[in-house]
Design a protein around this ligand. Structure first.
Ligand code: MRU
Length: 336
Protein backbone atom coordinates (compact mmCIF):
# COMPACT_ATOMS: atom_id res chain seq x y z
CA UNK A 1 0.00 0.00 0.00
CA UNK A 2 1.33 3.42 -0.94
CA UNK A 3 1.55 6.27 1.58
CA UNK A 4 0.92 8.87 -1.14
CA UNK A 5 -2.58 10.36 -0.94
CA UNK A 6 -3.38 12.30 -4.11
CA UNK A 7 -7.10 12.65 -3.31
CA UNK A 8 -8.73 12.40 0.11
CA UNK A 9 -11.94 13.37 1.87
CA UNK A 10 -11.05 14.98 5.21
CA UNK A 11 -13.50 16.75 7.54
CA UNK A 12 -15.97 17.66 4.82
CA UNK A 13 -13.34 18.96 2.41
CA UNK A 14 -11.62 17.57 -0.66
CA UNK A 15 -7.90 17.45 0.00
CA UNK A 16 -5.66 17.31 -3.07
CA UNK A 17 -1.90 16.93 -3.21
CA UNK A 18 -0.92 19.77 -5.56
CA UNK A 19 0.84 17.84 -8.33
CA UNK A 20 1.89 21.01 -10.13
CA UNK A 21 4.45 21.48 -7.31
CA UNK A 22 5.92 17.95 -7.23
CA UNK A 23 8.84 17.13 -6.93
CA UNK A 24 9.89 20.44 -5.35
CA UNK A 25 7.19 20.76 -2.74
CA UNK A 26 4.50 18.59 -1.09
CA UNK A 27 1.61 21.00 -0.68
CA UNK A 28 -2.06 20.13 -0.07
CA UNK A 29 -5.13 22.12 -1.11
CA UNK A 30 -8.27 21.88 1.06
CA UNK A 31 -11.21 22.62 -1.21
CA UNK A 32 -14.84 23.34 -0.36
CA UNK A 33 -16.08 25.00 -3.57
CA UNK A 34 -16.90 23.35 -6.89
CA UNK A 35 -15.22 26.09 -8.96
CA UNK A 36 -11.96 25.49 -7.09
CA UNK A 37 -12.21 21.73 -7.82
CA UNK A 38 -12.88 22.39 -11.52
CA UNK A 39 -9.88 24.72 -11.62
CA UNK A 40 -7.72 22.09 -9.88
CA UNK A 41 -8.76 19.43 -12.41
CA UNK A 42 -8.10 21.75 -15.38
CA UNK A 43 -4.67 22.83 -14.03
CA UNK A 44 -3.68 19.22 -13.28
CA UNK A 45 -3.37 19.80 -9.53
CA UNK A 46 -5.14 16.44 -9.55
CA UNK A 47 -4.70 14.34 -12.68
CA UNK A 48 -4.70 10.79 -13.94
CA UNK A 49 -8.01 9.20 -14.97
CA UNK A 50 -8.93 7.31 -11.74
CA UNK A 51 -7.86 10.19 -9.46
CA UNK A 52 -9.96 12.78 -11.30
CA UNK A 53 -12.87 10.34 -11.18
CA UNK A 54 -12.63 10.15 -7.38
CA UNK A 55 -12.18 13.94 -7.15
CA UNK A 56 -15.28 14.41 -9.33
CA UNK A 57 -17.35 12.09 -7.14
CA UNK A 58 -16.42 14.01 -3.98
CA UNK A 59 -16.95 17.21 -5.97
CA UNK A 60 -20.66 16.41 -6.19
CA UNK A 61 -20.83 16.27 -2.37
CA UNK A 62 -19.08 19.66 -2.28
CA UNK A 63 -21.66 20.96 -4.80
CA UNK A 64 -24.51 19.89 -2.50
CA UNK A 65 -22.84 21.38 0.60
CA UNK A 66 -22.13 24.62 -1.24
CA UNK A 67 -25.74 24.81 -2.45
CA UNK A 68 -26.93 24.42 1.15
CA UNK A 69 -24.54 27.14 2.40
CA UNK A 70 -25.27 29.61 -0.39
CA UNK A 71 -28.95 28.72 -0.83
CA UNK A 72 -28.45 27.94 -4.53
CA UNK A 73 -31.30 26.86 -6.78
CA UNK A 74 -31.64 23.30 -8.09
CA UNK A 75 -30.69 24.58 -11.59
CA UNK A 76 -27.54 26.27 -10.29
CA UNK A 77 -26.43 23.04 -8.59
CA UNK A 78 -27.12 21.02 -11.76
CA UNK A 79 -25.07 23.51 -13.80
CA UNK A 80 -22.08 23.29 -11.47
CA UNK A 81 -22.22 19.48 -11.46
CA UNK A 82 -22.30 19.56 -15.30
CA UNK A 83 -19.26 21.84 -15.35
CA UNK A 84 -17.45 19.49 -12.97
CA UNK A 85 -18.29 16.49 -15.16
CA UNK A 86 -16.93 18.28 -18.25
CA UNK A 87 -13.80 19.78 -16.69
CA UNK A 88 -11.64 17.43 -18.79
CA UNK A 89 -13.13 15.46 -21.68
CA UNK A 90 -10.87 12.49 -22.47
CA UNK A 91 -10.63 10.51 -19.22
CA UNK A 92 -13.99 8.73 -19.02
CA UNK A 93 -13.56 8.15 -15.27
CA UNK A 94 -14.54 11.75 -14.49
CA UNK A 95 -17.92 11.69 -16.26
CA UNK A 96 -18.45 8.06 -15.16
CA UNK A 97 -17.92 8.86 -11.46
CA UNK A 98 -19.96 12.09 -11.50
CA UNK A 99 -22.85 10.32 -13.27
CA UNK A 100 -22.69 7.44 -10.80
CA UNK A 101 -22.96 9.61 -7.68
CA UNK A 102 -25.53 11.87 -9.35
CA UNK A 103 -27.89 8.90 -9.50
CA UNK A 104 -28.17 8.92 -5.69
CA UNK A 105 -28.60 12.69 -5.18
CA UNK A 106 -32.34 12.17 -4.61
CA UNK A 107 -31.42 10.00 -1.59
CA UNK A 108 -29.65 12.91 0.08
CA UNK A 109 -26.14 14.22 0.70
CA UNK A 110 -25.00 11.32 2.93
CA UNK A 111 -25.93 8.77 0.25
CA UNK A 112 -23.88 10.77 -2.25
CA UNK A 113 -20.91 10.82 0.12
CA UNK A 114 -21.24 7.05 0.71
CA UNK A 115 -21.24 6.44 -3.06
CA UNK A 116 -18.15 8.64 -3.50
CA UNK A 117 -16.38 6.68 -0.71
CA UNK A 118 -17.39 3.46 -2.48
CA UNK A 119 -15.85 4.67 -5.78
CA UNK A 120 -12.63 5.57 -3.95
CA UNK A 121 -12.60 2.16 -2.24
CA UNK A 122 -13.16 0.25 -5.48
CA UNK A 123 -10.32 2.20 -7.09
CA UNK A 124 -8.04 1.49 -4.11
CA UNK A 125 -8.70 -2.25 -4.36
CA UNK A 126 -8.36 -2.37 -8.16
CA UNK A 127 -4.67 -1.41 -7.98
CA UNK A 128 -3.55 -4.57 -6.17
CA UNK A 129 -5.53 -6.78 -8.57
CA UNK A 130 -4.12 -5.08 -11.69
CA UNK A 131 -0.63 -5.30 -10.18
CA UNK A 132 -0.90 -9.05 -9.68
CA UNK A 133 -2.58 -9.80 -13.04
CA UNK A 134 -0.09 -7.61 -14.95
CA UNK A 135 2.96 -9.05 -13.17
CA UNK A 136 1.70 -12.61 -13.80
CA UNK A 137 1.16 -11.76 -17.49
CA UNK A 138 4.73 -10.47 -17.85
CA UNK A 139 6.19 -13.48 -16.09
CA UNK A 140 4.14 -15.92 -18.18
CA UNK A 141 5.29 -14.25 -21.40
CA UNK A 142 8.87 -13.27 -20.57
CA UNK A 143 9.89 -15.64 -17.77
CA UNK A 144 10.59 -15.06 -14.08
CA UNK A 145 13.69 -12.89 -14.53
CA UNK A 146 14.38 -9.21 -13.71
CA UNK A 147 13.16 -7.00 -16.57
CA UNK A 148 13.84 -3.52 -17.89
CA UNK A 149 10.44 -1.83 -18.22
CA UNK A 150 9.54 1.42 -19.98
CA UNK A 151 6.59 3.58 -18.95
CA UNK A 152 5.05 6.83 -20.12
CA UNK A 153 3.34 9.60 -18.12
CA UNK A 154 2.43 8.91 -14.48
CA UNK A 155 0.17 6.02 -13.59
CA UNK A 156 1.05 5.48 -9.95
CA UNK A 157 -0.42 6.51 -6.61
CA UNK A 158 -0.51 10.12 -7.79
CA UNK A 159 -2.92 9.15 -10.58
CA UNK A 160 -5.16 6.86 -8.49
CA UNK A 161 -6.11 6.07 -4.90
CA UNK A 162 -4.18 2.80 -5.14
CA UNK A 163 -0.67 1.64 -5.98
CA UNK A 164 -1.52 2.66 -9.53
CA UNK A 165 -2.21 1.02 -12.87
CA UNK A 166 0.87 0.53 -15.07
CA UNK A 167 3.12 1.77 -12.26
CA UNK A 168 1.26 -0.54 -9.88
CA UNK A 169 2.34 -3.47 -12.06
CA UNK A 170 5.91 -2.12 -11.94
CA UNK A 171 5.66 -1.89 -8.13
CA UNK A 172 4.34 -5.46 -7.88
CA UNK A 173 7.12 -6.69 -10.16
CA UNK A 174 9.65 -4.90 -7.94
CA UNK A 175 8.20 -6.54 -4.82
CA UNK A 176 8.68 -9.88 -6.57
CA UNK A 177 12.32 -9.03 -7.34
CA UNK A 178 11.60 -8.83 -11.07
CA UNK A 179 12.58 -5.25 -11.95
CA UNK A 180 16.07 -4.58 -13.23
CA UNK A 181 15.36 -0.94 -14.11
CA UNK A 182 12.51 1.37 -15.15
CA UNK A 183 12.86 3.79 -18.06
CA UNK A 184 10.48 6.68 -17.29
CA UNK A 185 9.67 8.87 -20.31
CA UNK A 186 9.82 12.52 -19.21
CA UNK A 187 6.39 13.10 -20.85
CA UNK A 188 6.32 16.49 -22.53
CA UNK A 189 5.02 19.11 -22.13
CA UNK A 190 4.03 18.88 -18.44
CA UNK A 191 6.64 16.32 -17.39
CA UNK A 192 4.42 13.83 -15.56
CA UNK A 193 7.20 11.26 -16.09
CA UNK A 194 10.26 13.14 -14.87
CA UNK A 195 8.44 15.08 -12.13
CA UNK A 196 5.89 12.54 -10.87
CA UNK A 197 6.81 8.99 -11.90
CA UNK A 198 10.47 9.55 -10.99
CA UNK A 199 9.34 11.00 -7.63
CA UNK A 200 7.28 7.88 -6.90
CA UNK A 201 10.03 5.50 -8.04
CA UNK A 202 12.59 7.38 -5.94
CA UNK A 203 10.35 7.12 -2.85
CA UNK A 204 9.94 3.37 -3.42
CA UNK A 205 13.65 2.79 -4.12
CA UNK A 206 12.89 1.23 -7.49
CA UNK A 207 15.87 1.66 -9.85
CA UNK A 208 15.02 4.05 -12.69
CA UNK A 209 16.30 6.51 -15.21
CA UNK A 210 14.43 9.29 -17.02
CA UNK A 211 14.65 9.89 -20.75
CA UNK A 212 13.29 12.45 -23.20
CA UNK A 213 10.18 11.19 -24.99
CA UNK A 214 12.13 11.27 -28.26
CA UNK A 215 14.62 8.75 -26.85
CA UNK A 216 11.99 6.11 -26.09
CA UNK A 217 11.88 4.65 -29.61
CA UNK A 218 15.69 4.49 -29.69
CA UNK A 219 15.78 2.77 -26.29
CA UNK A 220 13.23 0.20 -27.48
CA UNK A 221 14.69 -0.43 -30.95
CA UNK A 222 18.21 -0.79 -29.54
CA UNK A 223 17.10 -3.72 -27.37
CA UNK A 224 17.37 -1.98 -23.98
CA UNK A 225 13.71 -2.58 -23.04
CA UNK A 226 11.92 -5.90 -22.32
CA UNK A 227 8.34 -4.54 -22.20
CA UNK A 228 6.45 -1.22 -22.05
CA UNK A 229 3.43 -0.47 -19.84
CA UNK A 230 1.12 2.51 -19.95
CA UNK A 231 -2.20 3.52 -18.38
CA UNK A 232 -5.28 4.76 -20.22
CA UNK A 233 -7.80 7.59 -20.08
CA UNK A 234 -10.45 5.85 -22.15
CA UNK A 235 -10.52 2.44 -23.83
CA UNK A 236 -12.97 1.73 -26.67
CA UNK A 237 -14.60 -1.70 -26.83
CA UNK A 238 -12.26 -2.84 -29.64
CA UNK A 239 -9.29 -2.09 -27.35
CA UNK A 240 -8.13 1.20 -28.94
CA UNK A 241 -6.71 3.13 -25.99
CA UNK A 242 -6.36 6.87 -25.39
CA UNK A 243 -3.45 7.83 -23.17
CA UNK A 244 -0.95 10.67 -22.70
CA UNK A 245 0.46 12.13 -25.91
CA UNK A 246 3.48 10.11 -26.98
CA UNK A 247 2.03 6.73 -26.03
CA UNK A 248 1.37 5.61 -29.60
CA UNK A 249 5.03 6.17 -30.55
CA UNK A 250 6.03 3.78 -27.75
CA UNK A 251 3.49 1.22 -29.00
CA UNK A 252 4.74 1.40 -32.59
CA UNK A 253 8.33 0.94 -31.46
CA UNK A 254 7.38 -2.06 -29.29
CA UNK A 255 5.55 -3.59 -32.26
CA UNK A 256 8.62 -3.13 -34.47
CA UNK A 257 10.92 -4.55 -31.76
CA UNK A 258 8.57 -7.47 -31.06
CA UNK A 259 8.27 -6.77 -27.33
CA UNK A 260 5.06 -6.62 -25.22
CA UNK A 261 3.13 -3.36 -24.97
CA UNK A 262 0.57 -3.46 -22.13
CA UNK A 263 -2.27 -1.07 -21.31
CA UNK A 264 -3.20 -1.23 -17.62
CA UNK A 265 -6.42 0.41 -16.45
CA UNK A 266 -9.43 -0.29 -14.21
CA UNK A 267 -12.74 -1.40 -15.76
CA UNK A 268 -14.03 2.13 -15.04
CA UNK A 269 -11.76 3.38 -17.85
CA UNK A 270 -13.36 1.06 -20.43
CA UNK A 271 -16.02 2.92 -22.40
CA UNK A 272 -18.05 0.28 -24.24
CA UNK A 273 -20.21 2.98 -25.82
CA UNK A 274 -17.25 3.79 -28.07
CA UNK A 275 -16.82 1.37 -30.94
CA UNK A 276 -13.21 2.39 -31.60
CA UNK A 277 -10.67 5.10 -30.93
CA UNK A 278 -11.99 7.43 -33.63
CA UNK A 279 -14.96 8.14 -31.34
CA UNK A 280 -12.77 9.29 -28.43
CA UNK A 281 -12.68 13.06 -27.86
CA UNK A 282 -9.09 14.23 -27.47
CA UNK A 283 -8.45 17.24 -25.22
CA UNK A 284 -6.44 20.01 -26.88
CA UNK A 285 -4.57 22.16 -24.36
CA UNK A 286 -3.39 25.74 -24.50
CA UNK A 287 -0.47 27.17 -26.50
CA UNK A 288 1.47 28.36 -23.45
CA UNK A 289 2.24 24.79 -22.36
CA UNK A 290 4.54 24.61 -25.41
CA UNK A 291 5.49 28.22 -26.11
CA UNK A 292 6.54 28.84 -22.50
CA UNK A 293 8.32 26.83 -19.84
CA UNK A 294 7.56 27.94 -16.26
CA UNK A 295 6.86 31.46 -17.54
CA UNK A 296 9.96 31.58 -19.75
CA UNK A 297 9.29 32.17 -23.45
CA UNK A 298 10.75 29.27 -25.50
CA UNK A 299 9.10 29.89 -28.90
CA UNK A 300 8.50 32.93 -31.10
CA UNK A 301 5.62 35.05 -29.79
CA UNK A 302 2.46 34.14 -31.67
CA UNK A 303 3.74 30.72 -32.80
CA UNK A 304 0.80 28.45 -33.62
CA UNK A 305 0.79 25.15 -31.73
CA UNK A 306 -0.62 21.65 -31.86
CA UNK A 307 -0.97 20.48 -28.27
CA UNK A 308 -3.16 17.39 -27.91
CA UNK A 309 -3.05 16.02 -24.35
CA UNK A 310 -3.62 12.45 -25.52
CA UNK A 311 -3.26 10.11 -28.48
CA UNK A 312 -4.95 6.84 -29.34
CA UNK A 313 -3.01 3.61 -29.70
CA UNK A 314 -4.79 1.27 -32.15
CA UNK A 315 -5.59 -2.06 -30.52
CA UNK A 316 -3.47 -3.96 -33.08
CA UNK A 317 -0.36 -2.58 -31.33
CA UNK A 318 -1.53 -3.60 -27.83
CA UNK A 319 -0.45 -7.00 -26.53
CA UNK A 320 -3.01 -7.05 -23.71
CA UNK A 321 -5.26 -4.76 -21.69
CA UNK A 322 -4.92 -5.53 -17.98
CA UNK A 323 -7.86 -4.61 -15.73
CA UNK A 324 -8.64 -5.62 -12.13
CA UNK A 325 -10.75 -8.46 -13.55
CA UNK A 326 -8.47 -10.05 -16.14
CA UNK A 327 -5.99 -9.73 -18.98
CA UNK A 328 -7.81 -9.13 -22.28
CA UNK A 329 -5.66 -10.70 -24.99
CA UNK A 330 -6.11 -7.91 -27.52
CA UNK A 331 -3.28 -9.19 -29.74
CA UNK A 332 -5.29 -12.41 -30.18
CA UNK A 333 -8.36 -10.45 -31.37
CA UNK A 334 -10.26 -10.31 -28.07
CA UNK A 335 -12.71 -7.41 -27.53
CA UNK A 336 -13.46 -5.79 -24.19
O1 MRU B 1 -3.01 14.74 -18.39
P1 MRU B 1 -2.89 13.68 -17.32
O2 MRU B 1 -1.66 13.82 -16.49
O3 MRU B 1 -4.15 13.59 -16.50
O4 MRU B 1 -2.78 12.34 -18.13
C1 MRU B 1 -2.74 11.14 -17.42
C2 MRU B 1 -2.50 9.94 -18.24
O5 MRU B 1 -2.44 10.00 -19.46
C3 MRU B 1 -2.43 8.64 -17.52
O6 MRU B 1 -1.57 7.77 -18.18
C4 MRU B 1 -3.83 8.01 -17.45
O7 MRU B 1 -4.75 8.93 -16.92
C5 MRU B 1 -3.84 6.78 -16.64
S1 MRU B 1 -3.53 7.11 -14.94
C6 MRU B 1 -3.63 5.67 -14.07
Amino acid sequence: MSSIKAVEWVDGKLVLLDQTQIPVEEKYLHLSEVDAIIDAIKRLVVRGAPAIGVAGAYGVVIALDEAERKKLSREEVERSIDALRDARPTAVNLAWAVDRVRKVVSQGRDAVLAEAHQIAKEDRLSGDAMGAIGADWLTNHLGAKPLTLLTHCNTGSLATTSIGTALGVVRTMHERGLVKEVYADETRPLLQGSRLTAWELEKSAIPYRILPDGAATMAILSGRIDAALIGADRIARNGDSANKIGSVAVALACHEAGIPFLVVAPESTVDRSKRDGSEIHIEIRKDEEITHFKGLQVAPLGAKTFNPAFDVTPSKYISAVITEQRAYEIAKGEQL
